[in-house]
Design a protein. Structure first.
Length: 122
């Protein structure tokens, strides 16, 4: 079933689907960093890191500021509220399904015990 999703939510999940980009977010939680620093930390070329930062920037997860030849990255303004709401809906749905499965398993175990006790009596 396909459901409507806001384009910025899609951009956020696409940006976070890559381990390097998630690592950049984690690195920027501690302090701002230049693209050169991030490229060095992740053992990548400047061009590769610029592409990753660009994806994060388009999603609003990272903001950059260029001063002279240096581009500094910091966490963006995105607070992920809509993305968290989306995840919470699915978390609740899966929790309900697992709870229902637990109920089925408990019922099956009780039936096994009851059937076993009946066989033992005969």
């Amino acid at each position: 079933m396909v459901q409507y999703s806001a384009p910025h939510v899609d951009a956020t999940f696409a940006a976070l689907s890559d381990a390097t980009r998630r690592g950049v977010i984690e690195a920027l939680m501690g302090q701002d960093a230049t693209i050169s620093e991030l490229a060095e930390r992740f053992h990548m070329t400047l061009t590769g890191m610029k592409k990753h930062v660009g994806v994060l920037e388009q999603a609003g997860l990272v903001a950059t500021q260029k001063v002279g030849r240096v581009r500094t990255c910091r966490l963006g303004a995105s607070r992920l509220e809509e993305e968290m709401q989306w995840m919470e809906r699915y978390r609740k749905m899966w929790a309900a399904r697992f709870d229902a499965l637990d109920d089925v398993l408990v019922d099956l175990k009780q039936r096994e015990r009851t059937d076993g006790q009946r066989r033992d009596k005969t």
